[in-house]
Structures are given as C-alpha cells and as structure tokens.
Design a binder for this molecule. Structure first.
Ligand SMILES: [Zn+2]
Length: 322
C-alpha cells in the first residue's frame, strides 16, 4: 500500500477531520511544490474515500473489496485523469451511479494540463456536484488553473518538510554514500524531487546542461542548436536549472562569497559568471526564465521558449560593461 509521507501528515489530518465530520468539500485542490509527493498523497486519499473500513486516522484498510479493487487499479468508482498523458476526460463519469452505492472519486493530475474542453466539463460538474462526488485536483501551479475552477475548490496546501525530516526520509531511500543534503539543496527541500535526482541520471544531466549553458554564454555553442535538443527532451528541466542558477548568481552578486546558495558544487563557476554580467540584466533574465517556465505548462512551443531564454543570456553577456 502507498505510504503516507511523514511531511504530509498535517494535510492528511486536516482532510480527515473534514471527512469525519461529513464536511469534506466536493472539490479538493491539492497544491504545493513539485516533488513533495502530492500525487501519491491524492491516490491514498482516493483509496481512503473508497475504503469500506478505514483505519483510525483515516488510512485505507488495504483488505476490503474497495481497497482490493484500488490495488488492482480497477475500481469502477475511481476515475484517474492524467491530462498530460492519456487525454482522458471526466465527461460522463459523475452522471453514472456509483457501482457500490458509495462515493465516486475523480483524481485529476496535473490539473493545470487540462485542455479547455476538459476544464469546461469539470466546471459543469463543480457547479452542480452530485451528492456523493469528490474531485481531487493536484497542481504545483494553481495560478495556471482557470479562476472559475479554483474558486469552486477548497485548497489544501502541502508544506515543505523541515530539513531534518526531509533528510531522515531521503537518507533511508537513497543508495548509501549519497549526499542527501546536497540533493535537498538542489531541489529546494522537495524530497521526492531530490530522490529522483539522486537515484537517476539527474546529476549527470544537470552537469551536461550546465556545460552547454556555459558554452552558449561563451558563444562556443549555437543557442538555437541547444534549444532544439532541450526542446525535444522537454524544456521544463533545463529551464528549472537555469532558474536555479540565476537565483544563485543573484545571491552571490548581492551578498558576496559568504552567501548561502543552492548549487554549492558550482559556487566558483556561478560566482565567475555572475561577475561578468550586469546585476539588473541578471534580474531581468531570471524573470524571463521564470516566465518561460510558467509557459511550459501551456501549449507554448518548448524549443522557442528555450531559444528566447538562451538568446537572452547571450545578450546579457554581450552587454556587460556597458
Ligand atoms: Zn479498505
């Protein structure tokens, strides 16, 4: 059975209090940083809502018919909608009656990836929700959701864990010898993101992205070519790193050598880079990267987003000492 991650306990308890007093909203919007485990949490919540005999504290029993169907991934009263990958829609799900005369639960993740038709269909359901319906929406970017949808949901925000809690959990998951603190620094304390980075080829990819970024700045590599390759693999990850490095360059520039930064292993490189550009330009470029990142959630073309950001970086370099 899926585990309840320790830093999610508080959000879980708030939801359970509402469930226990028959006061659970029809639409739950789960927000919080990427890499916290919101999706895993939402599945556990859905399973708990469809469990015949939840345990004390609300966790699903794992034994009843509802839990067995959920474990098999075939509960007829659960609709799992992942707009990014399956294009499946909610249309019609709530007009069918519950197979087991209980709740009907829909889980939409990531909710901001819904297209206009899916969002409209969801809105209709939210305007007149069936009595037994619970819709769980998961997003790291609530501002991208239509305001009409957000206003009909009750938001439950998942907070970042403290460093000791994150470190303790992450160390138990990583292969021995991994540097949990370094990974957490790089991922802004989001434990699942740190785990993915540590277990996969994430750190190698980051090193490659950094080398390419530096080469573009030195005008030794064609930004359009890099944009093409990053665009193909998905712009979100490289843009995330660029944003992370930009923030550190600004810290180093403003607070000097002693400043706390996320990318400790790149300190001297970032210091050198930040010294070659104008601080105001650096701020503007960081904002441009942030804007491009927001647009990766939309239908915008990934390659063009990266092109703008990299050409912007070349321009910032060319303007130094003006
Ligand atoms: Zn159960």
């Amino acid at each position: 059975m899926t585990e309840l991650l320790p830093w999610m306990q508080d959000t879980w308890d708030r939801l359970q209090t509402r469930t226990a007093s028959n006061n659970l909203p029809h639409a739950v919007l789960l927000t919080g940083r990427a890499g916290l485990g919101k999706q895993q949490f939402a599945r556990l919540l859905a399973q708990s809502l469809l469990c015949d005999e939840p345990l004390d504290g609300g966790l699903p029993c794992g034994k009843c018919r509802g839990c067995a169907l959920n474990t098999a991934g075939s509960h007829p009263d659960l609709s799992l909608v992942m707009p990014e990958s399956d294009g499946k829609q909610l249309i019609g799900f709530f007009t069918l009656t519950s197979q087991y005369a209980g709740r009907k639960v829909a889980l939409v993740t990531p909710a901001e990836a819904m297209n206009a038709a899916a969002a409209n269909s969801l809105l209709k359901t939210l305007e007149e929700p069936p009595a037994n319906a619970v819709i769980i929406l998961v997003t790291d970017r609530p501002s991208v959701l239509p305001a009409t949808i957000r206003s009909r949901c009750q938001t439950f925000h998942c907070a970042l864990p403290s460093r000791p809690i994150a470190r303790h959990w992450l160390s138990s998951q990583l292969v021995p010898g991994s540097d949990a603190d370094h990974l957490l620094n790089l991922c802004g304390d989001a434990p699942l993101a740190a785990l993915a980075l540590g277990n996969d080829t994430g750190l190698e990819q980051r090193a490659e992205i950094f080398a390419q970024f530096e080469a573009v700045g030195r005008q030794q590599q064609d930004p359009l070519q890099i944009a093409e390759s990053w665009g193909k693999a998905g712009a979100r990850e490289p843009l995330n790193w660029l944003h992370n490095w930009a923030a550190d360059m600004i810290r180093l520039r403003q607070a000097g050598d002693g400043s706390r930064i996320h990318n400790e292993d790149l300190r001297s490189d970032l210091q050198r880079l930040s010294n070659t550009v104008d601080l105001l330009d650096l701020h503007e470029w960081r904002d441009a990267v942030a804007q491009a990142l927001r647009l990766t959630a939309t239908a915008a073309n990934d390659q063009m987003l990266v092109e703008d950001v990299l050409l912007g970086w070349v321009k910032v370099g060319n303007r130094r000492g003006r």
